[in-house]
Design a protein around this ligand. Structure first.
Ligand SMILES: Nc1ncnc2c1ncn2[C@@H]1O[C@H](COP(=O)(O)OP(=O)(O)OP(=O)(O)O)[C@@H](O)[C@H]1O
Length: 893
């Protein structure tokens, strides 16, 4: 035995031997450690890919449940750590997403990357772990068609230091750079179509739709039925536009279009713009030959709870959605391909030119006398255009806008408010046809919400929020209302807080506890959500309700606002009310706005809420304002819209000129007459209007009363099939049919029926960014960005964890609980839980599944830094989602 102090007595030879042995042992130790993970990594160890496993056949992955996410076979060190941006000649460099940067920007970019790497990515070490059967990467490769890095590959991408992306398993040869490039090309081609069509039709401004459709007419053969929820207007616009997948196809595909209105009441029928007399749901230009009304007398009229989506920045800037999906260099390429960058600025015709009819500019020639009168009326005075459905109010609005430009108003001084993003896009496109893209891009065409949101962000400090305040969507708003309801009830009724605790034993045992369980709060909060919405749209505060003697209402509102303030959040209604108070309380902001936007136009005025009107009144107090609308088409009362705004406008702008458009160009006479006779019964109308048309009488409207929703559904499906059988081709008929329904539940019935009867269909209704799958994809992308929050990680774990619903819920709740207890982030808690080999709460399999979720996110992180094509990155991310993999499986089968 050797004492501690005896080492010095060792001979040199002995010492060398010990050192050598120690070195060898250290190397072995290092090898072992590299398999078991680095303590600094936030992600769990990755399995080793053994050569043997590569020869194993891929496993069948779908067993009725959800399948586990991939364990990507990275064997390189973290790209974040390795990232170095190679210098390119010509003072330009390329970012990982292919954006060319000038040299002066490169340094900033590098330092940002370095900052990002150190603050967010340093923990993304790649560590190989021992292989377990459940972690078999080969199996996972077969399961997930995601591009992963293959270090063994000989081919290399520029700047990739010898690595390339390949698809695991069977699909790997299908997914290489070629495919990514092809995807980019497809995006470019899709974007090119409508732009080229628009550019081609410069001479004839309002023929954009028909010209575009001729390039796209082949699509109509396979046009699916359009399923449509009847109420929200933005959805109707969505159907009309249906861009970007099939830009401007609708005008040609619906010459004999028909509409089924399900569960409709006469009022609804008459007021739906896509229904009677209104703009046909699935067509841009055609008349509706047939209208089928199916109703269920027993159905109540539940309030739809849709909100108009906030316009994406890309659309706000006039970039068609397809372009905005691409990286900047691709967008630039598209612009140059389409000749957009060289578009001529619009040269306004001289004023003498319009003295006689033949000299009228094209955009005025298309209008009838009344429309022209509206378009040309004094631009210094307020103008109210009251226009029935299909009477050409959009055309008139566009003509008015062009008149302003002709009179020398700068494009950037014009603000056009539309009610939906689709309407904003349509208006910009129509203006672009006459003026060229460069002028139309300078216009501010925006939804109220988008405009006010930007205003709030710009002056967030004055509103008690940070510039990065959160925007609470429907779900978060609901949760905030539940919390506010709970607190308000406790305030006003004095229920001890112990009763409401979910796990409280008193709550479970006592009578009061039964009343105040979470499900009860959820139920109670339903009516309060409507209350909060209405109060905000009307601009009422908690003080107002206190004065009215509604103490509970006042308390709910107060707690709701306090909750949002504490969370640094605004909801959709807040954009408007905060923007109003901004203009009311800050004269310099108001002055700035008025100087910037000297002319204001508002489309669909009937849908403005009291607060939106207040905002408009402030902004347009310079009197250069045009509003267009139809009180009979007001369908957003559930969301606070107030058609009495017309009266307010007449009162507040007494100098106004009023023009009425009565002639309907869109629908058949039977539709127009039916709508006119029905709408007479509307009790709340500003003034009676008499819509008329010169169009043919068309087919008669059929009304069918059904006892149940199921009967209604069967009838509609049978009618569609019968209708189809009379056509030359069954498929060609489907694209001409729209089904409007009142409730989402009814829509689901239709979907099931269509699926079982093999009828192709599209569902329009849920706004894109509110779709679950889109939210999941966004959250996955968020996890690689600075500023990601627990919300993103929670959503991603929920989306990717392969257990059934209840198991996933349990896992997520447990991670939440641990995060709360250990005061750590959700991600850290998940990391700690899943990196354990054994756990008292979860089985080994569950731990492995959790690890795989984190590993997949690690892969997304690497990909985000490596991938040069945005579509490649998106494809990879989307492919991780179980729904998408399920689709792949079905396709393969
Ligand atoms: N003066 C006109 N002469 C012939 N057709 C016209 C005229 N004005 C409009 N139209 C046609 O009528 C249809 C409806 O026009 P537009 O979309 O401008 O109406 P709208 O009032 O905005 O419709 P909506 O009911 O959707 O609000 C279009 O196909 C348009 O080309």
């Amino acid at each position: 035995m050797m004492s501690s102090g005896s080492s010095s007595k060792l001979s040199e030879q002995q010492q060398r031997r010990i050192t050598d042995n120690f070195r060898a042992a250290k190397a072995k130790l290092a090898q072992k450690r590299s398999h078991s993970g680095s303590p600094s990594s936030p992600f769990p160890p990755r399995p080793v890919v053994s050569s043997a496993s590569e020869n194993e056949p891929p496993v069948e992955f779908f067993h009725g449940g959800r399948c586990p996410p991939a364990s990507p076979s990275f064997r390189s060190s973290s790209p974040a750590k390795r990232m170095c941006i190679p210098a390119l000649p010509d003072r330009k460099e390329r970012t990982p997403l292919g954006i060319i940067l000038e040299n002066n920007v490169v340094q900033n970019f590098k330092s940002e990357v370095a900052h990002f790497s150190t603050t967010n990515c340093t923990d993304f070490n790649v560590v190989n772990s021992g292989k377990s059967s459940s972690d078999d990467p080969r199996k996972n490769q077969a399961l997930f068609p995601c591009p992963v890095l293959d270090v063994s590959s000989k081919r290399s991408l520029p700047g990739d230091r010898g690595y390339e992306f390949v698809l695991p398993g069977d699909i790997c040869e299908d997914f290489d750079e070629e495919i990514l490039r092809e995807l980019d090309d497809i995006c470019m081609r899709q974007t090119k179509c409508p732009i080229e069509a628009a550019a081609a039709s410069v001479e004839s401004p309002f023929k954009l739709e028909s010209r575009a459709c001729s390039t796209d007419s082949h699509v109509s053969v396979l046009d699916p039925v359009v399923l449509h929820s009847g109420v929200p207007q933005d959805e109707l616009h969505d159907v009309k536009m249906r861009a970007p997948e099939r830009p401007a196809t609708l005008a040609c595909s619906t010459a004999s279009g028909s509409v089924c209105v399900s569960s409709s009441t006469p009022h609804h029928l008459a007021s739906a713009r896509g229904g009677l007399g209104g703009q046909p749901v699935i067509t841009g230009e055609s008349t509706l030959d047939e209208l089928l009304v199916v109703g269920n007398e027993n159905l109540a009229n539940p309030m739809a709870t849709q909100y108009s989506t906030v316009e994406s920045s890309a659309t706000a800037e006039g970039i068609p959605p397809a372009i905005s999906m691409l990286n900047s260099s691709s967008a630039a390429a598209i612009s140059s391909t389409c000749g957009l960058s060289v578009a001529q600025p619009w040269i306004a015709p001289e004023s003498e030119e319009i003295d006689n009819e033949t000299e009228l500019p094209e955009y005025l020639k298309k209008l009838n006398e009344t429309q022209r009168e509206a378009a040309l009326s004094d631009t210094l005075k307020p103008l109210l255009i009251l226009a029935g459905p299909g009477s050409g109010k959009t055309s008139t609005m566009v003509a008015r806008l062009l008149t302003l430009l002709r009179e020398g108003v700068e494009a950037k001084s014009i603000l056009a408010m539309t009610f939906t993003t689709a309407a904003a896009t349509e208006m910009r496109q129509r203006v672009a046809v006459a003026t060229g893209k460069s002028v139309s891009k300078e216009l501010t065409i925006s939804t109220f919400h988008s405009f006010c949101l930007q205003l709030c962000r710009a002056h967030a400090d004055k509103l008690g929020r940070s510039t990065e305040f959160l925007v609470y969507g429907h779900g978060q708003q609901r949760r905030a209302v539940i919390e506010a309801t709970r607190l308000a009830t406790l305030d006003t009724q004095g229920v001890p807080s112990g009763f409401v605790e979910k796990d409280s034993s008193e709550a479970k045992e006592s009578e009061a506890g039964k009343d105040f369980c979470p499900a009860m709060w959820k139920e109670k909060a339903k009516k309060w959500q409507q209350f909060v919405t209405q109060a905000k749209a009307a601009g009422r505060t908690s003080l107002d309700y206190e004065k009215m003697g509604n103490a509970l209402g006042a308390a709910v509102l107060r707690h709701y606002e306090a909750t949002l303030a504490a969370c640094d959040a605004l909801d959709y209604h807040d954009f408007i009310s905060f923007a109003v108070s901004l203009l009311e309380k800050n004269s310099e902001v108001l002055n700035d706005c008025q100087k910037t936007w000297t002319c204001v136009l508002v489309d669909e005025f009937q849908d403005t809420s009291t607060m939106q009107y207040r905002f408009l009144r402030l902004l347009a107090s310079h009197n250069r304002v045009t509003i267009v609308g139809d009180d009979d088409q007001s369908i957003f009362s559930f969301n606070g819209a107030n058609a009495s705004g017309f009266d307010s406008f007449r009162r507040d702008f007494p100098m106004l000129k009023e023009v009425r458009l009565h002639q309907n160009y869109r629908s058949t006479r039977s539709i127009v007459e039916a709508a006119t006779s029905l709408i007479r019964y509307n009790k709340i109308r500003c003034q009676e209007k008499q819509a008329h048309t010169d169009n043919d009488i068309g087919e008669k409207i059929a009304v069918m009363e059904c006892r149940t929703e199921a009967a209604e559904c069967s009838f509609v499906v049978d009618s569609i099939l019968m209708n189809g059988s009379g056509q030359v081709s069954l498929d060609s008929a489907f694209g001409n049919i729209a089904v409007l329904y009142r409730r989402q539940v009814t829509g689901k019935l239709f979907q099931a029926a269509f699926r079982s009867r093999k009828i192709p269909f599209n569902v329009h209704g849920v706004a894109f960014y509110r779709k679950k799958i889109i939210k999941n994809v966004m959250s996955m992308l968020w996890t690689v960005l600075p500023g990601n929050t627990d919300i993103h990680w929670r959503r991603v774990l929920k989306a990717l964890y392969p257990g059934d619903k209840s198991e996933t819920k349990r896992v997520v709740e447990y991670v939440d609980k641990i995060a709360k207890a250990s005061k750590s982030s959700f991600r850290q808690a998940a990391q700690t839980i899943f990196s354990a080999k054994v756990s008292g709460t979860f089985s080994r399999k569950q731990l492995a599944l959790g690890r795989r979720v984190l590993t997949s996110l690690d892969m997304v992180h690497r990909l985000a830094h490596k991938e040069r094509s945005l579509s490649g990155l998106l494809t990879a991310v989307v492919n991780l989602l179980p729904q998408v993999r399920f689709m792949y499986l079905n396709c393969e089968r």
